[in-house]
Design a protein around this ligand. Structure first.
Ligand code: ATP
Length: 248
C-alpha cells in the first residue's frame, strides 16, 4: 500500500435484496490527486461500486456483505453518507438530479449545507465554481429545470464542489450529452484536478473519453475487475481496443 492512496476498496461483495450478488470481490485504490476511471458496460457494477463507497446502498436494499472500504486509512462502512461528505467524499449521482424548481445558484448553495465556515467562505467557493463554469454564472438566476442537459451536469458537479470535497465520485458524467459537451465536461474535470487538486473516481461507459482524461483505469465485467492499469497502457491494449474502444 502506498502513502498516496486516499481511498481503498478491498475485495467487496455487494448483495441486493438479500439474494442478488452484484459485486463479486472488487478491489481498487484511488490515489490522492488523481483521476481514476471505473469502466465497463451496462450493468457491470460501476454505480454499485460508487454507492458502496459513499454508503448509498441502503435505500436500494443493497448491502456490502464482505470486504471493506476505507478512506484515509479509516474504515467507512458504518458512517452516514453525510459523515462521509464531512470527511471530504461526495458523490455526483448519475442522471444529474437537480432541484428543478430552484435556480441554478440556489442549487449550488444547497451543496454547502453541511458547512459551518461562514457565508464569506461559501461565497468565495461560489465564485470558484463560476470561474470553472462561466456558463453557470450566466444562468445563475434561471430555474434549473429549464437548463440544458449539459448545464444540469455542470450544476451537479458545481453543487458537489460547494461541499468543499477532497474526493469526488462522478457517476457517468457523459450520459445523454452530445460529444462536444462531453469533451467540455471532461476538460473541466481535468482543470479542477490540476488546478484545485481534487481527486476523482469516475464511472464511465464511454471508455474512449474516460481513458483520454483519466490517469488510471479499472475495467469491470459482471461485478469483477477484469483489468486495470495506467490509462495510457489500457488505451494501447489490444483487448481494450477490440472490446471497449470499438477498433481492432
Ligand atoms: P449502468 O451504467 O447501467 O448504471 P453499472 O455498471 O453502473 O451500469 P450497476 O448499476 O451497478 O451497473 O448494476 C449492476 C447490476 O446490479 C445490474 O445487473 C443491475 O441490474 C443490478 N442492480 C442495480 N441496482 C439494483 C437494485 N436496487 N436491486 C437489484 N439489482 C440491482
Amino acid at each position: 500500500e502506498t502513502n498516496d492512496t486516499v481511498l481503498e476498496v478491498n475485495n467487496i461483495e455487494v448483495i441486493y435484496n438479500h439474494v442478488i450478488l452484484v459485486l463479486k470481490g472488487v478491489s481498487l485504490k484511488v490515489p490522492k490527486g488523481g483521476i481514476t476511471a471505473l469502466l465497463g458496460g451496462n450493468g457491470a457494477g460501476k454505480t454499485t461500486t460508487l454507492k458502496a463507497i459513499s454508503n448509498l446502498l441502503h435505500s436500494e436494499r443493497g448491502e456490502v456483505t464482505k470486504g471493506s472500504v476505507s478512506y484515509r486509512g479509516e474504515i467507512t462502512q458504518h458512517l452516514d453518507p453525510a459523515d462521509l461528505v464531512k470527511r471530504g467524499v461526495i458523490q455526483v449521482m448519475e442522471g444529474r438530479h437537480c432541484f428543478e424548481h430552484l435556480t441554478v445558484e440556489e442549487n449550488l448553495l444547497t451543496g454547502a449545507y453541511t458547512r459551518t465556515d461562514g457565508k464569506g467562505a461559501v461565497d468565495a467557493d461560489l465564485e470558484m465554481v463560476y470561474n470553472y463554469f462561466p456558463r453557470l454564472k450566466e444562468r445563475r438566476r434561471s430555474q434549473a429545470g429549464y437548463t440544458s442537459g449539459g448545464e444540469q451536469q455542470m450544476v451537479a458537479i458545481g453543487r458537489a464542489l460547494m461541499s468543499r470535497p477532497e474526493t469526488i465520485l462522478l457517476d457517468e458524467p457523459s450520459m445523454g450529452l452530445a460529444p462536444q459537451l462531453v469533451e467540455q465536461i471532461f476538460g473541466i474535470v481535468k482543470q479542477l484536478n490540476e488546478g484545485e487538486g481534487y481527486t476523482f473516481l469516475l464511472a464511465e461507459q464511454n471508455t474512449n473519453v474516460a481513458l483520454r482524461f483519466a490517469h488510471y483505469g479499472y475495467i469491470l465485467e459482471s461485478g469483477r475487475v477484469v483489468m486495470d492499469g495506467p490509462a495510457k497502457e489500457l488505451r494501447e491494449n489490444p483487448d481494450v481496443k477490440e472490446f471497449y474502444l470499438g477498433m481492432s
